[in-house]
Design a protein. Structure first.
Length: 532
């Protein structure tokens, strides 16, 4: 009886929605994959409202609307199967959407893709022909200075800066007003972090996003400007190449150890001192603080760039990070309120306090004493019994203090405040901390010594994102190593290049052996450590 009814129902459905017949088989298997791996975020009914969804910004896609960001089809069109497969295989960088290649088999990924399409009747409408745009190839001649200059001209003239800002940090005048189609606040992409672009980091990826737009977001398609002969296809490529040039050529690799070279004489204390341009930069990713309540799932600062140099007496540490707002900035108050409302539905934490003009903040954390082994205080600002030594900088009042943190809530200032100079430049903070290596308070202030692996961690708050207290972005422990000076013998024999090279080779070996004797801490090539 029951089987008959099911068959009847299926027959009726198939006559109404003929497209289902084609995918009926895949979608049963696809549904199993979906329920197991996707529904937690995207919701049982595909509405983007799974149990975890309220902790995410951007929210998981609502499949019932069939609006997709990363497509090869024209603005407003459905994606191709290949577009959906790409999102499933590679994920959407810079969002919570994981890459599934390697976690699910080819068959499972194809099946779940077919199942996603059943959430919207748009895909069943076979009269809609889904066709990818034809994209030109990157013009020859490379992205030289002239090409980039031309790209920059169009960046200014077609209004990218309105949202993405003068230097592309996502701080344009319209940025605080942006929302996606569901009404959630949305950040204009930071064009200096192409590794976080949803559709991929290459100039070709960017060119395609400019042709198609990111549907469901304020990021428009610029194809019509070509049709209107406002610019040529080649000029759109130049713009894509210009945007690409704002980010590092390679996705920044996370290294464990910041090497501070030793120089003679005065340290560069100003953030824009030309000496910084010659020093290595180290990238440290930050993530939302989700361990202690109130948790924070929408950190605005995705990482910090760090450089360090010393002269045997003092250390200068430059931390630079992208921040769309020089907080406190009342222009961002409404945006902050919308972020707090969006994230407030996380019922694991008390509702956030009202939007207030908080300052931006940064903390650099060390243990009080350089450990001999691998034991370090708790990375999340230490504990009552095992405090950490921190430098805390705020944008208003613009100052840095030193102190001991005993957990997130307790901070007691110490007299050893570092000197700090800061600039805010079109969506980027650059702060230089300078402090003597040795201080009188050897019990509380970390005593910075050469040739040791000094644990260091970073914390950042964007006030205009509603961040303060435990609502912050955190890193794990990394290391700072103050390199020892090159021995005088090497410096005075520059004529014998051969000997110098060999001598340095020996030095590296000797240092490696010495480190080995200290329990293998630090040093270049030290393995990844979890540290959390
Ligand atoms: C941890 C949460 C999470 C899980 C699990 C997850 N997704 Fe997503 N997914 C997201 C988020 C968040 C977005 C939206 C990102 C954005 O808009 O930038 C998204 C977007 C998508 C998109 C839209 C791509 C586009 O171009 O618009 C597709 C397709 C997708 N997910 C498929 C899947 C499939 C299939 C699964 C299961 C195999 C899955 N997702 C599991 C969080 C998740
Ligand atoms: C009205 C505001 C607005 C304008 C104008 C605008 N963008 Fe965007 N753009 C956005 C938003 C918002 C996002 C982020 C979308 C998201 O998070 O999914 C974005 C994302 C991007 C991305 C990232 C693409 C990806 O794969 O994630 C690039 C690159 C980009 N924009 C370049 C440009 C360029 C170049 C221009 C000018 C031709 C431009 N945008 C004009 C709002 C805008």
């Amino acid at each position: 009886m029951k089987a008959d009814r099911t068959a009847l129902l299926a027959a009726v459905l198939l006559s109404v929605y003929p497209a289902i017949r084609l995918s009926a088989q895949d979608t049963t298997a696809g549904k199993n994959v979906y329920v197991k791996w996707c529904a937690g975020c995207h919701g049982e009914t595909g509405a983007g409202d799974g149990p975890a969804a309220s902790t995410m910004l951007p929210r998981p896609r609502n499949f019932t609307g069939a609006v997709y960001k990363v497509r090869t089809t024209a603005s407003g069109q459905l994606p191709t199967d290949a577009d959906l497969m790409r999102a499933i295989d590679d994920g959407l960088p810079g969002s919570a959407m994981p890459a599934w290649k390697g976690r699910l088999s080819d068959g499972e990924r194809r099946d779940v893709m077919a199942y996603l399409k059943t959430f919207s009747s748009f895909f069943a409408d076979t009269s809609q022909h889904i066709a990818a745009l034809t994209f030109s190839k990157e013009p020859g001649g490379g992205a030289g200075a002239a090409a980039l200059k031309e790209g920059r001209l169009f960046y200014d003239s077609i209004g990218c800066r309105k949202c993405h800002g003068d230097q592309g940090h996502g701080d344009g005048p319209s940025a605080p007003t942006l929302k996606d189609d569901a009404g959630f606040p949305i950040y204009a992409a930071d064009l200096h972090q192409s590794w976080r672009f949803r559709g991929g980091p290459t100039a070709a990826d960017i060119y395609r996003r400019l042709r198609t737009g990111l549907d469901g977001t304020p990021m428009p398609s610029f194809s019509d400007l070509i049709d209107q002969k406002f610019l040529t296809d080649e000029q759109l490529w130049r713009l894509a190449q210009y945007v690409r040039s704002l980010s590092p050529a390679e996705t920044p690799e996370v290294r464990d150890v910041i090497h501070a070279a030793q120089i003679a004489g005065a340290l560069p204390a100003a953030p824009d001192d030309s000496a910084w341009a010659r020093l290595d930069r180290y990238w440290f990713p930050l993530v939302g603080q989700v361990i202690r309540k109130p948790r924070w799932f929408a950190p605005a600062v995705s990482g910090v760039w760090v450089q360090a140099v010393h002269n045997g007496r003092e250390l200068a540490l430059r931390v630079s990070w992208d921040d769309r707002s020089q907080s406190p900035d009342t222009a961002w108050l409404a945006f902050e309120r919308r972020v707090l409302e969006t994230m407030a539905s996380d019922d694991s934490s008390p509702p956030p306090s009202a939007a207030e003009p908080w300052p931006d903040q940064l903390a650099v954390q060390f243990p009080r004493h350089i450990p001999d082994g691998m034991e370090r205080p708790y990375f999340l600002m230490g504990a009552a019994t095992d405090p950490v030594y921190q430098w805390r900088w705020t944008s208003q009042p613009r100052r840095a203090v030193a102190g001991l943190a005993r957990g997130i809530d307790q901070f007691d200032a110490l007299p050893s405040a570092p000197a700090a100079q800061a600039v805010y430049d079109h969506g980027e903070w650059r702060v230089v901390f300078t402090r003597a290596l040795a201080t009188p308070d050897t019990a509380n202030d970390v005593q910075l010594a050469t040739g040791r692996a000094i644990p260091v961690a970073f914390f950042a708050w964007d006030g205009s994102d509603g961040e303060h207290g435990s609502r912050m972005a955190v890193s794990t422990w990394y290391f700072l190593a103050l390199d020892r000076p090159t021995p005088a013998s090497v410096v005075v024999s520059p004529l014998i290049a051969m000997v110098v090279t060999l001598g340095l080779g020996m030095l590296v070996i000797v240092r490696a052996q010495r480190r080995g004797g200290q329990g293998g801490q630090g040093g270049r090539g030290a393995g990844r450590r979890s540290g959390v």
